[in-house]
Design a protein around this ligand. Structure first.
Ligand SMILES: Nc1ncnc2c1ncn2[C@@H]1O[C@H](COP(=O)(O)OP(=O)(O)O)[C@@H](O)[C@H]1O
Ligand SMILES: [Mg+2]
Length: 375
């Protein structure tokens, strides 16, 4: 490797938040034309690390070198100027603007002082084509699904001529077909000489896409290995010990079921789904995006109706399609889209919690605000 191939180097980065050491000495480097995977468990510090590069946070200690020169990155504009583009887990697009407006936000081409819409849309079209996504530059971002949002973000990164593209768990929300498409785009960018920082905890994606892997554990970089490293070794680095037994043995004395789902069917959505959950158990529901996992749990919680089958709590059947009954029986649901479905973002923590406890805190038809606050 010649020095010109080094796009980025991070040395001994530290970052603390009140009461938390998020990063405690991380080293990392990125070369032209490589996919460098950042691997680590939840909370290891991956997102915090990339936020140092996007300018969202500044490090407490350590050095960042871009193209061999020590640099300070204060804010998104510094990052952009250095050719670094970041695609966050939660996208940064403006829902009510069009695709083209989002791509060129703040940099719209102008003609006689006015935004040159025609040119902006034509330029957007070229970028979208490069990414290989079929979406109109005039479509409102609000109308797009997750996969297309991500493609628009990538198009935006291309428009900035980014030399470094950072992607924080981009595949977590994609179907397997969409993942394939994303991989094709990433490989093409790599051929063009872009350096890509790719965060994932899907091990099979590392061998499929990566060149090198840096493993982060508890805020420290604990190893840098080739992407072809066997999965067992990657897991050992990630969790700090070898895992012979990935799942605990089923307990013999688990008692009767707390939750029983029998033959649950919603025509055209899911068919004959059944499982039991016992006290003290964690039961995983596996499947690809689109397989119906979310739809099943929504039906169990009463948020959606079902056509056949039963949901029982401690042996008693619940009325279908009745969230209040499900909550009264002691079921809670943390939905997939927590910002969209789980919380009212403009209200306080107290008000959000109050939405769940309001019924219990209502006295003589009035919401008992004091009771709500205490609860
Ligand atoms: N803004 C913040 N304030 C306080 N603690 C934070 C903040 N951001 C991250 N952390 C903490 O830093 C650690 C690393 O988090 P993060 O970088 O999000 O991990 P990862 O992306 O690897 O899951 C966690 O313990 C997390 O709770
Ligand atoms: Mg993260």
């Amino acid at each position: 490797m010649s020095n010109q191939d080094e796009l980025l180097r991070i040395e001994g980065i530290r970052k603390t938040f009140p009461g938390v050491v998020a990063l405690d000495g991380v080293d990392f480097d990125l070369r032209r034309g490589e996919v460098h995977v950042l691997l680590g468990e939840n909370g290891a510090g991956k997102s915090t690390l990339i936020k140092m590069l996007s300018g969202a946070y500044t490090p407490d200690a350590g050095r960042i070198l871009v193209g061999g020169e020590e640099t300070r990155i204060h804010g998104a504009q510094d990052s952009e100027r250095l050719g670094i583009a970041t695609i966050y887990q939660e996208f940064n697009l403006v829902p009510d603007l069009t695709v083209a407006e989002n791509i060129f936000l703040g940099r719209q081409p102008r003609r006689f002082g006015m935004i040159d819409r025609r040119r902006m849309e034509a330029d957007a079209e070229v970028l979208l084509e490069r990414v290989g996504v079929q979406v109109s530059p005039r479509a409102r971002v609000r109308e797009l699904g997750i996969a297309r949002l991500q493609m628009v973000e990538i198009a935006k990164a291309l428009s900035l001529d980014a030399r470094v593209l950072i992607m924080d768990e981009p595949t977590a929300v994609l179907t397997s077909e969409e993942v394939e498409k994303l991989f094709r785009i990433v490989r093409k960018l790599r051929e063009d000489g872009v350096g890509i920082v790719f965060i994932t905890h899907h091990l099979e994606e590392i061998a499929a896409l990566g060149d090198r892997v840096t493993v982060i554990r508890d805020g420290k970089s604990v190893g840098q290995v080739p992407a072809a490293t066997p999965e067992a070794e990657l897991v050992r680095l990630m969790v700090g010990r070898s895992i012979e037994q990935q799942y605990p043995r089923e307990r013999a004395d688990k008692g009767s079921a707390l939750l029983t789902v029998e033959g649950l069917t919603r025509d055209g959505v899911f068919h004959d789904v059944g499982f039991e959950v016992h006290a003290g158990e964690v039961v995983g529901i596996a499947g690809l995006v689109g397989a119906g996992r979310t739809e099943v749990v929504r039906a169990v919680f009463g948020a959606d109706p079902y056509d056949k089958g039963a949901v029982k709590v401690a042996g008693t059947a619940l009325k279908g399609h009745d969230v209040v009954a499900a909550m009264a029986a002691g079921i809670g649901l943390i939905p997939e889209d927590r910002k969209g479905q789980g919380l009212v973002l403009d209200q306080s923590v107290e008000e959000n919690l109050g939405l769940v406890t309001m019924r219990a805190a209502t006295r003589a038809g009035l919401v008992d605000l004091r009771g709500q606050r205490e609860a």
